[in-house]
Write a protein that binds this ligand. Sequence first.
Ligand SMILES: C[S@@+](CC[C@H](N)C(=O)[O-])C[C@H]1O[C@@H](n2cnc3c(N)ncnc32)[C@H](O)[C@@H]1O
Length: 418
Amino acid sequence: MASRARQLVEILSQSISDIEDFLKTQDAPDLSIEQDVPLSFHANPKFASTKDAALLACKELSTLLGGSFAAITNQTTSEFANTQAICRFKIPSSFPPDRDHATYDELAANSGLPEPEVRRLVRSTLPSYIFLEKETGIVTRTAASKLLAYNPLMVQWVEMTATEIMPATLKIADAMEKWPQSGEPHQTGYNLANNTEDSAFTHMAKFPGRPEQFAQAMSLFSMGPGYSPKWLLENYPWDSLETGTVVDVGGSKGEYGIAIARKYPQIKVVIQDLPDVIEKAQSSAPADLGDRVEFMAHDFLTDQPIKDADVYLMRWILHDWSDAYSIRILRALIPALRKGARIVLHEYIVPEPGKTLTLQDRTLRIFDTAVRALTNGKEREANDWKALFAEADSRFQILSIEKPPVSSLGIIVAQWEG
Ligand SMILES: C[S@@+](CC[C@H](N)C(=O)[O-])C[C@H]1O[C@@H](n2cnc3c(N)ncnc32)[C@H](O)[C@@H]1O
């Protein structure tokens, strides 16, 4: 028997042929993104049922291809709200042991929610393939609900997105009205959604568990193959540094700095971050690298204290900051720079529009919305990166802006010519 994916392709192919035949009988042009078919077609039972069959096949095929993670993350806001509720009430893990199917009564008993509530929530997630109900009253776990049952980080991600990101993004328009063109990290959708004057991360830190939840949710991303430090290690000529110094600015626990020091025994690395982050990072620093890895508290909005280093690395830093602040962060390096020093950024590079649309475009535009909502940050296109350095100082010369094929992040290299 043909695979489910193949069956869906057949349904899609047949439905599209039927739709095209229908359009011909109506003397209507082909389906087009730029021009809808007349509204009256949707009232035509033949057109409507064929279109629905095609859309449903597309949706299922997209879920098959995208996998369980995308099935959860690609939901609309209200679908996502129901997914948050099924996580909060632990419905994905309320199945009897060793079984991936359960009655609503069993789910109610194990989750502690009344049966009508469980039924309503579960049925709201059926269109997203979070659960299936192949036989009325019997709920089957899908790959997506198994992910929610067995992967605590995924549940943290759902909760964090629903409580931190979504409310903030829905306030972007209000923030734009209230603070036109602001680049301030405390004049954002997050500020309005949380009724605070603190910047997002300062505000979150006032609530036990919130920063940890944010960090854990974000760590889900770092597990993807595109986020491995190896892309930065393999795609920058670190071995040309001889006995050089690399400063990992905003380096957090030093994942990247430590990886560089471990692979290149001639390089010394200084990992800088805010004092409380450095205090924690220092306590878990690897002993075997000795004094080749140093931790230092430093606020990157102030002048860089490590002079004449070979490379100032900033991974995933400037996307959290508006142009005005990013320029300030770049300028704060200048007093330390010797001629020829390199600034290496490891950041997303948003593809320019007008070229072929890729799935990455959608993902990066969503990230851009999230960083804007949280801190007035920005995901940037190659030209934005160039403009940022040019605005910071004309003595920064961009050497390359490239994204290694499997890497999610690109590498932007600038040289100080002052
Ligand atoms: C998105 S994380 C990136 C961490 C690390 N570079 C990485 O890629 O894993 C941003 C980091 O910037 C640090 N940070 C935020 N504001 C800072 C400041 N004013 N000075 C120094 N570090 C700061 C945060 O503590 C955090 O570790």
